[in-house]
Design a binder for this molecule. Structure first.
Ligand code: ZN
Ligand code: ZN
Length: 165
């Protein structure tokens, strides 16, 4: 069983050896995301995995592994299909610009994605949401060779042939 842990993690609760946070996103998360961002074009989804947090001075390394699926509408035939989600990300959070910022960074990692945090609590849900949105295809297709919909008669060409030319 995955232990239910909040995705809002106080930075002081990350021990020196790092912290592993189980992620188990169900429909309650996704319906909230859609409320906040009506542009999100997926219906149901289920995603789980884990996120590991490590402190490096004031920087925080976030490594995530997420798997699951999103239900998307195909851009050609408009049918819903399950888009597999398989996201691995390494993100380095550095203290945000502003008062107290501007210190020397302890990790220089050109191959890491960099982001800022402010305050004393990490909002892992926002980070995960961003990573999932980043991996969403711009033009989802149910299959690479989806035949789409006939513009003349509206037939779903994956299911039936039509006689239009
Ligand atoms: Zn399709
Ligand atoms: Zn047709």
């Amino acid at each position: 069983m995955v232990s239910k842990r909040s995705l809002r993690v106080p930075i002081t609760s990350i021990p020196p050896e790092g912290l592993e946070v189980a992620v188990d996103l169900g429909e309650n998360y996704f319906s909230r995301w859609r409320e906040e961002d009506p542009e999100l074009e997926f219906s149901t989804a289920a995603i789980n995995g884990s996120v590991r947090l490590e402190k490096h001075g004031r920087d925080i390394l976030v490594r995530g592994e997420l798997k699951g699926h999103l239900q998307l509408a195909c851009g050609r035939c408009l049918e819903n299909f399950a888009q597999p989600v398989d996201v691995n990300f390494d993100l380095l959070l550095v203290p945000g610009p502003g008062p107290g910022g501007g210190e020397e960074e302890e990790l220089s990692a050109p191959d890491l994605d960099l982001d800022y945090y402010t305050g004393e609590t990490l909002d892992l849900e926002a980070i995960i949401r961003e990573q999932i949105i980043l991996m969403m295809p711009l033009k989802p297709l149910c299959t690479e060779d989806c035949k789409g919909i006939c513009p003349h008669c509206g037939a779903v060409l994956n299911l039936e042939a039509c006689t239009c030319k």
